[in-house]
Design a protein around this ligand. Sequence first.
Ligand code: FEO
Length: 396
Amino acid sequence: MHFPVTENVSWVGKIDWELRKFHGEEYSTHRGSTYNSYLVRDEKTVLIDTVWKPFAGEFIENLKQEIDLEKIDFVILNHAESDHSGALPELMKIIPDTPVYCTANAVRSLKGHYHQELNFRTVKTGDRLNIGSKEIIFIEAPMLHWPDSMFCYLTGDNILFSNDAFGQHYASELLFNDLVDQAELFQECIKYYANILTPFSAMVDRKIKEVTGFGLPVDMICPSHGVIWRDNPLQIVTKYAEWAANYRENQVTIIYDTMWDGTRRMAEAIAKGIHEADKDATIKIFNVARSDKNDIITEVFRSKAVLVGSPTINRGILSAIAGILEEIRGLGFKDKKAAAFGAYGWSGESVAMITGRLREGGFQVVNDGLREFWNPDQQGIVNCVSYGRDFVQQVK
Ligand code: FEO
């Protein structure tokens, strides 16, 4: 399946309607994804990025319907990760001498993945490739989100090919941002940012300033996943700038796991207290063991504060809570407040342990946490409501 993007640019990628997990099992893709590849025709013909390896055969057969492969003059690989480079080895078996333009880090990464010598041409920010009446300008984008990542810009059509940046795991045959459900689109965008780009927010901020500083007109942003931004394309750049600036809404997210309902009842009573003290705050509650990890991380990203609860088991915490705390630590959220709670029967280490993990993860812990004995009685529930009320005052 191919789609025209402009008169001389075609989308030649793959829509993966079935995909439900990405990065192995790490990232849930409720709405599938796309691997976007673009064919640019001028006096020279350029292929930008390929698709994931399982679709290599299909990709090449489809590409042959569009063009005689021998007529591809240049391949540009903006990013070496397998979802974009996976079909490259198969393609290069057919056109082995065609130059492959990418960063020096991408050469190292591609050799590490595929152990193959190709006709690599390494490029740096500001290098230009003349393709006839137009040029392609390369812009390195290290750590957005791999060391090898790069953008490229097509003059004349004023298109920024941004690879993973500004993308979404969102399968749609509608191709353009103005044609799809906006709530779905922005949910996938923020989920993508929260789960993948959060650790690199300082680089996102710097890169946005650098690219806008070039003063290049941008009529379209073509990412490597999801829909193309053609209607007000800079709206997603504005969103990224907001998200990169220690983003938070007036939201408190409570995440917990529970064995015999004690910690669940605490979570709900704490939420009641928060609501009593701040009617405007959005409160979201997740049982981590029963919820999608990436959706929870997206809600933590939106939050000004989080509460994390687990009962004590074997002098520790439940494994689902340990898992999400490790994810959150790695993402390095900034400027968020937090505290812990949990039910206990005898030793009761969970609250102190969660508090320590939250501090390691960079959260500002606002109190020593709340423990309740076994399944909270009436006084225990009153304590939880009161704790919620105090917490929301502490995180204002
Ligand atoms: Fe879509 Fe970093 O690969």
